[in-house]
Ligand binder design. Sequence first.
Ligand code: ADP
Ligand code: MG
Length: 512
Amino acid sequence: MSKAIGIDLGTTYSAVSVLSETGQPQILLNQDGENLTPSVVFFQDFDGKDEPLVGIQAKNLAASRPEAVVQYVKRQMGNPNWKFDSPSDTVYTAEEISAIILKRLKEGAENALGDKVEDVVITVPAYFDDARRTATKHAGEIAGLNVLRVLNEPTAAALAYGISAEKNETVLVYDLGGGTFDVTLMKIKDGEFDVIATDGDRNLGGFDFDNALSMIIAEKMEEQGAEDIYTDEHFTALLREKSENTKRGLTTVEKTNVFLDYKGKSYKIPITRVEFEEATKSLMNRTEELLDDVVEESGMSWDEIDQVLLIGGSTRMPMVQRKLEEKIGKKIVYSINPDEAVAQGAAIQATLEIANKSESADVSETVRGLAEKLVVSDVTSQALGTLALSNGVKRNTIIIPKNSKVPNKYSEYFSTVVDNQQNVLVEVTQGDDEDPQFVTVIGESTIKLPGDWPAGTVLKVTYHYDVDQTVFVEVHDSDNHLLGTFEVERQANLDKSAVEVASRKIKDLTID
Ligand code: ADP
Ligand code: MG
C-alpha cells in the first residue's frame, strides 16, 4: 500500500515527511541526499524542449542565468496574471511551476520510500486566502497527486510539537520563512489543536532581509568606487546569493567579510551583525506589530501564553529569538526543528486523514490511536461578507468574521428593496471593511426570486466554509425554502479543464 506523505511547499525551501508506524514523523531525504529542497526551477532546454531542474542545482544556476530561473513562485500563487516564459518559449502558470517542484518532491519521496506516492497533505500559510489555497491544491493535482487537504503551516508545526507529549498549552507559532511571515495563537488541549487567532504578511520573509543586506553591501561597494551595480542583472543575482549566505553567517558570527568581483575589480566588504540588525529594524517592527495584533485580537495577554514555537529558517536570526523572549518574558524552549516541523505536521495530518477515512486503512495500532485522539481545527484568515444596500448606500456586511472556526456556516438576513423584485445579486466579498472600496469581490451570482414579493421581504443568505476554505452560498426565503445556491469559483483559479490540460503538460516533462 502506498503511503500518505506531508509536503511543506515553501517559498524558498520545501520538505517532505512521512509518519512511521511508531507514530514518529520522519523527514525524507531528496534525490540530492538533503532534507530540504530549494523551491527553485531552472529551465534547461534541449532542442527546444524544456527539461527543468529543481532544487539545489537550480538554485546554484540562478545567478548565472537569471532569465531561465523561477524562484519564490509561492508569492504568485492565486495570481492569474503571473506567467513565466521559458527559454523554449513555453508559458507556465504559477500552479504549473509549483507542480514541477511538487513532481520532483513526489519522485524523491518515492525513491526514499521505495513505493508509489499519491496521497498528500500540502501546507500553506494560515494567511493564504481561498484563491491561493485552491491554486495550491491545483498544483498538487497537476503534479499527479491526490491532495487530501491543504493544512495551515502553523497548525502543522503545532501538531509536530504537540504529538510527542501530552500537552495542555497555549502556544504562539511564529513563522518567519523565506518569503512569508505568519503568526498564530493556538490552544492544545487533550489532543485538540484549536487556532484562536492568526495573521501575517505574505510579502515579508528572509528574502527581504537578504535585500536589506544587499543594499548595505552595494552601498559600501559604491563607497569603494563601484558604479551602476543594480543595472547589471547577473551581478544583482550574485549579490543576492552572497547576501543570503552572509546573513546566515551573521547568525553565528558577529562580523564577517564579503568578497566580490565586479567589473574587473575585487572588493572586500566588512559587515557586522549590528549593522545588519540596524538595517532590518523596520522589518522586525512589522513582525512585532502583527504579533501584537494577534495577541490583542485573541483577547489574551502575554502571560497566558505558555510557549513560543519558532518555525521558518529566518527565526534562527538572533534578533528574532531575542525579540520573542523579551515579549513572552521567558526563555524559549527549542523543541522543534524550524525547518522540518511543518512537513512533519503535514505527514501526521496526511496519515490521520487516511486512518479516519476508513476503518480498514492499513495503519499501525499506534497511528490508529493517534487518529482517535487528535482533532485539528482551523480558523478563517479573512472575513467574508456581501454587498447590500443600507439606506440607499452600498455597504459591505460581514457574514463570516475573521478567525471563525472552519468548517463553519453563518447566515445573515437581508430584505428585498423593491416590490416584485425579480432577482437578487449576491456578491461575495473578502475583507473587513464596511466600505466596498476596501474589500474584494471574490464571486457573485444572480438568484431568481418568485417575483411577487413586496419590498422588505426577508431573505436568508448562508455561507458555508469547508476545511479547505472553499465557499458555498445558499439563499433561502423566510420559510427556509431554498431559492438558489452557488460555489464561489474564483476567476483567479484554473477551471477543471485547465487543470487537466496542465496535468498532461507537466506529465510529459522530464524533471531532474
Ligand atoms: P520558506 O518556508 O518560506 O521557504 P524556510 O522556512 O525554509 O522558508 O526559511 C528559509 C529562509 O530562512 C531563507 O530566507 C534563509 O535565508 C533563512 N535562513 C535559513 N537559515 C538561516 C540562518 N542560519 N540564519 C538566518 N537565516 C536563515
Ligand atoms: Mg515555511
